[in-house]
Design a protein around this ligand. Structure first.
Ligand SMILES: [Zn+2]
Length: 273
């Protein structure tokens, strides 16, 4: 099987400032060049909603010129867990989706707001309404919404049961390998729960203590088991890395981290049997 690899856009000027406007079009162009020069096939836009529409369209053209596939975008607008939050969240999520369509990606990664298990019935209804409201725009743009694992097994089982019940063709899952470990699971376990609904990945590493977003191979995740679980569920999408330009406890190294991720993954998947 031929694999395609991708990496998220990292701010090229040191630690990404709180004000994302700093990550402007020239900086994003530099981030894309770093991804291409490391040998990746595609990219995820980690920060794009501060850009105006023509800038988002320009990024799509830049990807085309560089031979990079714009694979995914990350929205930082959470899917609502409370019914009262649905009317406010849906238009903002719609803006995320419109921006993602302008970037030309096929996956929009979303976090679902958490809730205590006692509030799961309401959470279920809130999530259903929000996802269904996004359906027409997602379908028109050919974009799949990918819910990321951000909490423990109980939370994941809730989301898996919900997606099973709703059976919306434009909704799937994103496995975040680092989050799996920090919430008491193995990445392979999360991948198996997501199964055929897995539509994208956030491959990132840590030492089991904090959300480091290290390049795969730089922490303690057993990556052969991740690779084998992805094959087991038949995942055929881009193998997307999610490293950080705001790493805790160290200085950002966008070029070094991007290169390290590319060479580690190429080697790991070349050894697949
Ligand atoms: Zn992630």
């Amino acid at each position: 099987m031929t694999h395609r690899f991708g990496c998220n856009t990292l701010y090229p000027g040191g630690r990404l400032p709180a004000l994302e406007e700093t990550f402007d079009l020239p900086a994003l162009r530099q981030a894309l060049l770093t991804i291409r020069d490391a040998g990746f096939d595609g990219c995820e836009f980690s920060h794009y909603q501060h850009l105006i529409a023509p800038e988002q369209e320009r990024l799509r053209e830049m990807c085309s010129c560089m031979g990079l596939q714009p694979w995914s975008a990350h929205s930082w607008v959470p899917l609502p867990a409370a019914l009262g939050d649905v009317p406010g969240a849906v238009p903002r999520l719609g803006e995320s989706l419109a921006g993602a369509a302008r970037l030309g990606v096929q996956v929009l990664v979303l976090h679902a707001a958490g809730a205590p298990p006692s509030a799961y019935p309401e959470r279920s209804e809130a999530l259903s309404r929000a996802l269904q409201a996004l359906g027409p725009a997602a379908t028109a743009a050919g974009i799949t919404l990918a819910l990321e694992n951000c909490a423990d097994r109980r939370d994941l089982d809730f989301l898996a049961a919900l997606l099973e019940r709703l059976a919306l063709p434009f909704v799937g899952f994103n496995v975040d390998t680092g989050h799996a470990v920090l919430h008491g699971m193995t990445p392979a376990e999360v991948i198996r729960v997501m199964g055929p609904r897995l539509v994208t990945t956030h491959l990132q590493d840590n030492l089991g203590l904090r959300d480091d977003h290290l390049p795969p191979g730089a922490g303690s995740i057993p990556w052969q088991t991740v690779r084998d679980a992805l094959a087991e569920v038949g995942y055929g999408g881009m193998l997307m890395v999610e490293i950080s330009d705001r790493p805790p406890g160290r200085e950002p190294d966008p070029v070094g981290d991007t290169r390290a991720a590319a060479s580690f993954l190429r080697k790991l998947f070349a050894e697949e049997h």
